[in-house]
Write a protein that binds this ligand. Sequence first.
Ligand code: PLP
Length: 506
Amino acid sequence: MEPTAPPAARPQSGSVWVNLSIDRSAGDPLQRQLYDQIRAEILRGTLVPGTRLPASRLLASEVGCSRNTVLEVVGQLIAEGYLQSIRGSGVYVVRDLPDETPSAAPPAAKTALAKLDGAPPELSARGNAIAAARLGVRGGRHVAFSPSMPDVSLFPLATWMQLTAQEWREHGDALVTESDPRGFEPLRYAIAEYVCAARNVACGADQVIVTAGAQQGIDLVARLLLDPGDCAWVEDPGYPAVRELLRAAGAEVVPVPVDADGLKLDGAPSKPPRAIAVSPSHQFPTGVTMSLERRLALLEFAERVGAWIIEDDYDSEFRYEGRPLAALAGLGGIASARVIYVGTFSKMLFPAIRLGFLVVPKHLAARFSRGRVIVDLQPSIFPQPALARFIGEGHLATHVRRMRRIYRARQEALLEALAAEAGALFSTRPDVAGMHLIAEFTAELAERYDDRTAAGIVAERGVNAQPLSVYYAGRPTGNAFALGYACADEAALGAAVTTMVAALRA
Ligand SMILES: Cc1ncc(COP(=O)(O)O)c(C=O)c1O
């Protein structure tokens, strides 16, 4: 797939760069100062969406720091969704900003508010925790190497439209009065059948709660099962959205290291957790599958200390070797009483559909249903009947089978291109599942750059390589790129590898 077109041309605010300055006598590292200033200018709106960044050398000489410092900052801001690199064009301020902090309020609005009661109103402590979450927006990044992004251009939209039109034509009168907080009943039945057949999670439709993606599912879990101050373990490295979400819910988030068998229980601190968030089928981002021994130990541990396990099963459908593994929630045959299973349609369909689901233990189902009412009453009825039929009539299975073949071929093509062109820079190995590969830096590359700086360098040539270090809450153990291969075809992946290698060798 071709890179997205450059954002609409906007007047370039050249003078803002002159305003960026570094204070060498300040305690803060140069990189932090530059990062804070550029981010603040973007949030304040001085750097308007679509503004093109000057070349890193120019910016470095204007600001008075090394080019590597600039590249590292640019790599970080791209990873967080503030900047976007466009192939053959440069690095731009994105159109949709990842978050808004209080400082993002336009100066005029701030003054108006200040006049009202003397001082701008502050957020609550909880509000501040939410606003401080650093999450990148995912939309619009349908380009080579975007991790976790499916090829949305291959989604059978015509079938989807047909099912939607038919459902609403035939049952529209009844659908407009739907009011179940757990979601549309036929969809919950279809999901229950699906997770039983595909993931070995035997459950009733009453245990299924349809959500706006995994994100809302985990939010609901955090609201209903955690109190502020409760300890929540997350994988390190791990999915930043889970980490930020639990932190925003007031939990004391504790990163626990991951090794070749998954979450290291013995690497965890002694304070017992109230929740443990894991991605056992295909750990994000390392790709590790949690061993059976670890799974059993984790279930036993959770039972012993009274912790909930949040199982994020985000991409297990795309498994390229053997049969998909049973989910942790289904290890005992029936849905475990300790595990909340989190499913998503973001990978199987497309992320913008914002549909996912929870499978909750039977004894919690009624309370989750009531608790959901406080969040948003019920999921929007609009896409649910079509999805129920999409699953029930076998379109989902057909689409997943097709995409599995395609993604597997793309993974092979990426591995081949990396081996042929970048063997001296990266060490890679096939992944049995998923939508991205980990390309570890060889000693030769690591001697020259860390992964954030390297990401900044390749971003200047319009290639979005995600530095693995952004997924760490603690100290990264090495340098690597997480390279998504699902949303770009073989030719685009090959071209991106060539550009990336040329940038790193320059
Ligand atoms: C590890 C992980 N979990 C879950 C999700 C899905 O999240 P959502 O359903 O909110 O789109 C993603 C998507 O990128 C992911 O990478």
